[in-house]
Unconditional design. Sequence first.
Length: 98
Amino acid sequence: MLLEALGSALLGLALAAAALRLLPTRLPSSRTVLVSAALGALFGSYLTHYALGPGHTTPSATILGGALVSAVVLSLLLRPARRSGRTSGRTPFSVPTG
């Protein structure tokens, strides 16, 4: 179980590093992203291990569950992209009248 947790944390850090490299302007500080991804991966690993039960023999399933939860946590940290160009005068979710 220790190797599963370590593998999940390392995979979460790798996902965070990739996200920071690909989307640096849309994410908060790098420390926040790295910590959130690693903790998300550890929580996902624990949750998957608990859901599968004590009899499962494949650590890859646990690590995959940790990576999925880490990716979800990273997606929650994304900020909207800045709009370039013309802005519409409508408020969001307004019904156009004409």
